[in-house]
Design a binder for this molecule. Sequence first.
Ligand code: OAD
Length: 248
Amino acid sequence: MKHSNQISIKRRDHVFVLTGAGISAESGLATFRGTDGLWEGEHVEDVASPQGWKRDPERVWRFYSQRRKAALAVAPNPAHLALASLEQTLGDRFFLCTQNVDNLHERAGSRNLVHMHGELFQSCCESCDNLPFTDTQLYETRASHRHCPCGARLRPNIVWFGEVPFHMERILDELLRCTVMLVVGTSGAVQPAASFVHWARDRGHSSLRSYYVGPEHPSNASAFTQLFEGPAGVLLPQLFAVAPADSH
Ligand code: OAD
């Protein structure tokens, strides 16, 4: 396939976008892996696993309280805004799945999106089926921890390692119907998200075009039709050539 400096979106295309921590990097939020990443200073299993929660809930809440504080202090960047604007143009032919737990996509104006790894500004019961609720509080000491009416502890509504990601049925439907897949700012190190491009290619639309945007090649780079190398905030605002509604 001929490489181009834009992604051309035609009248009948359905676009599936998967984002990772890299899209929020230019807003000032740290990514997970690599130099200065969040997993440099913390052991994943201590703060992002059911075992870590059982061992030391105070440490877990301190970690996610820090994340809440950091996310409250930043704003969406041009990459978030470019995706929100693309959704405005495409309507329900656009679907966004993010691995990020921050709310920068919503704050940029995205609406047709799911958070497969949960939401930073939600808490839920560790035990019963009460629905998750919006929660911007910080829990930096054990004394500040809250409990559900059922008596169990409240935990962050985040999908930890070993837990099942949210919205998988909807995500699979969208992967099977998309004709354009765009992946932005994710290292391709975490399953099942790292396999989405393979699922769409092998089980989805025969004419799928798939693209990756980020400064480094992800682990699953060979699965993409084309890679756009560079920061998302610089590339995304110029990236889409959308055909007018009455063209082919
Ligand atoms: P990673 O930290 O693994 O990867 C971030 C990616 O963003 C890297 O490939 C960087 O090259 C890229 N990147 C950095 N700056 C960028 C920029 N300005 N524009 C575009 N890309 C940029 O983060 P994720 O792949 O999102 O899960 O991590 C996946 C999951 O692992 C997270 O959702 C989290 C984590 O453990 C849970 O906590 C459950």
